[in-house]
Write a protein that binds this ligand. Structure first.
Ligand code: HEM
Length: 348
């Protein structure tokens, strides 16, 4: 991108009005931001970070919060299904709720627990490929990338195979409402999906509660597990099951799609990946980072504007800023860049 164009883009960049060209290929634009406005103050008062070092500092600063009640109240309406869901899931919470759910979930994601899942994942992969082997072609996303995580996560939650069909629709509707700008129609669809999904999980949980308490798959662990003598409330349980499916589903689907797309478009990277074995942990980690399915995250912060900011050169509030508290938008891609560069250099 020519220098004057890059400068102009960095001046006008606003997350609330993303341009088509940015959505199609954000990387030249991230580069422009890192170069000309690495700590970009947006019109609503938040700061968009795009440099690895700044992102790393913010992620480690305990004054950055994950609690989104102040943002989601006006966005979804307090008490709406979307508000209740997104403010109860562990990813948008600080301690103590975050710590309690995370400790309960940790048991399901130990290296040993994940290794135990491997044969089942391989069976699902083989089965999906076999369904299309005769035709010699398949739609990667429809026929494979979205089915694989749904099957695996539904297994973890004990959802019977015949009841999994609506889950992708729920997931798209609930996560779609998280876009920086969510139209009333998008919110309506999202609210309906949380309602339907919660009602389904009410029934599933009621069934599971009848089983012995030592029957501990992920759902069993969440139902019966205790942290410091406390269990999850029914609402916490249901909302975090919805979160688990959404967190692991859309992300993995997009990751598989983006990775194959990138391997086809960059044959050099493809041979570098092949050279370090695509099944190896490092290759899998790189491809999770580079064409990432989550390109930004947001951290509200209670740091008063008069305090020293976590990143040395955080810009002062704009006089027209409408938001009373600071908000930091973190370009997740930035945190991956350094690791990717290092690996591609060593693979080359
Ligand atoms: C491969 C695709 C995935 C990507 C790119 C991805 C990305 C992320 C990111 C960026 C976060 C941090 C969000 C933030 O704090 O702002 C996160 C959190 C989380 N993800 Fe994933 N994720 C993926 C797959 C999964 C899967 C398969 C599961 C489980 C089934 C999962 C469960 C979680 C949980 C439980 C958290 C919250 C952790 C915490 O706050 O302590 N993710 N993920």
């Amino acid at each position: 991108m020519p220098e004057d164009e890059a400068q102009a883009f960095a001046r006008r960049f606003d997350l609330a009005t993303l341009e088509r060209a940015f959505l199609d290929d954000p990387f030249p634009y991230y580069h422009a931001l890192r170069r000309f406005a690495p700590l970009k103050r947006l019109p609503d008062g938040s700061v968009f970070l795009s440099r690895y070092a700044d992102v790393a500092v913010c992620y480690r600063d305990a004054r950055m919060s994950s609690d989104k009640k102040a943002e989601f109240g006006p966005k979804f309406g307090i008490g709406t299904p979307l508000y209740r869901h997104h403010t109860t899931s562990l990813v948008f919470n600080d301690p103590p709720l975050h710590t309690r759910v995370r400790k309960l979930l940790a048991a399901a994601f130990t290296p040993r627990a994940l290794a135990n899942l491997q044969p089942r994942v391989e069976t699902v992969v083989d089965g999906l490929l076999a369904q299309h082997a005769d035709k010699g072609r398949m739609d990667l996303v429809e026929d494979f990338a979205f089915r694989l995580p749904v099957e695996v996560i539904c297994d973890m939650l004990g959802v019977p195979p015949g009841e999994r069909a609506p889950f992708r629709r729920y997931s798209l509707a609930i996560l779609g409402a998280l876009e920086p700008v969510a139209s009333p129609q998008r919110q309506e669809v999202g609210n309906a999906a949380v309602g339907e999904f919660s009602a389904y999980l009410d029934g599933l949980v009621a069934e599971r509660r009848k089983r012995p308490a030592d029957d501990r798959d992920v759902l069993g662990t969440l139902i019966h597990g205790e942290v410091d003598g406390e269990r999850l409330s029914h609402e916490e349980l249901v909302q975090n099951c919805i979160f688990l499916l959404n967190a692991g589903h859309e992300t993995t689907t997009n990751l598989i799609g983006n990775t194959v797309d990138a391997l086809l478009r960059f044959p050099d990277a493809s041979s570098a990946t092949a050279a370090c074995r695509p099944t190896s942990r490092s290759a899998a980690r790189d491809w999770r980072r580079v064409p990432t399915s989550i390109s930004a995250s947001v951290r509200p912060t209670a740091i008063p504007r008069s305090s020293p900011s976590p990143t040395a050169s955080m810009p002062a509030a704009s006089p027209t800023a409408t938001s009373p508290s600071a908000r930091v938008c973190i370009c997740a891609w930035a945190r991956c860049w350094r690791a990717w560069k290092a690996r591609s250099r060593s693979a080359a």
